[in-house]
Design a protein around this ligand. Structure first.
Ligand SMILES: Nc1nc2c([nH]c(=O)n2[C@H]2C[C@H](O)[C@@H](COP(=O)(O)OP(=O)(O)OP(=O)(O)O)O2)c(=O)[nH]1
Length: 169
């Protein structure tokens, strides 16, 4: 049975806009253990909230530089994640992927860098929606994921793949 969405997505908008950056290279993905902020203790990609006047791409690159001291090259937007939350403000998150970077991934106050084989993603230590869309991101395909949360759990989800994002986003 397909459960009706608890959210009217046609009118949904989020007060918080954020980004995630995934570096995927030679069968491995660069993740972080997040040391503070929303999702502290979880494994995730680097990323954070978009600052006023900043584009999503600029934010994804800035947050990656702040958290891991690396500068990614030629990031491509693959996805958008729309999170309807139950206990914190709703979030719209832009997801980027890159294949190369300058610098050496380095631990900072915000994050510990961790490389994983793409066949060995630690979903049990990640946000509960990630298992739905991260495999699509690893295939290099585009996607739009919509998730309603109850606390930390996904209570409703929808994933549309092969979405065309505007050029240069
Ligand atoms: N993988 C994944 N990431 C998520 C989910 N929900 C969610 O907010 N994130 C990401 C988006 C952002 O990168 C990050 C939240 O932003 P943040 O609190 O780290 O923001 P920030 O670095 O600007 O920190 P702050 O100092 O403003 O608090 O968590 C989710 O369900 N899955």
């Amino acid at each position: 049975m397909i459960r009706p969405s608890p959210i009217d997505w046609s009118t949904w908008s989020a007060p918080v806009h954020a980004t995630l950056m995934f570096v995927v290279r030679e069968g491995r993905i660069l993740l972080i253990e997040k040391k503070r902020g929303l999702g502290a203790g979880k494994i995730n990609g680097p990323g954070g909230k978009i600052d006023p006047g900043e584009t999503p791409r600029e934010c994804a690159m800035r947050e990656t530089e702040e958290e891991l001291l690396i500068r990614v090259k030629d990031p491509v937007k693959l996805g958008e994640l729309h999170f309807a939350m139950s206990d914190v403000p709703d979030i719209l998150c832009h997801v980027y992927r890159a294949g190369d970077f300058d610098g050496v991934p380095t631990e900072t106050d915000e994050a510990v860098p961790l490389w994983f084989a793409t066949a060995d993603i630690p979903y049990h230590r990640m946000w509960s929606d990630d298992r739905y869309w991260l495999p699509v991101m690893l295939e290099g395909r585009t996607f739009l994921g919509r998730f309603a949360f109850t606390g930390d759990d996904v209570s409703w989800n929808q994933l549309v793949t092969d979405v065309e994002w505007p050029e240069g986003e």
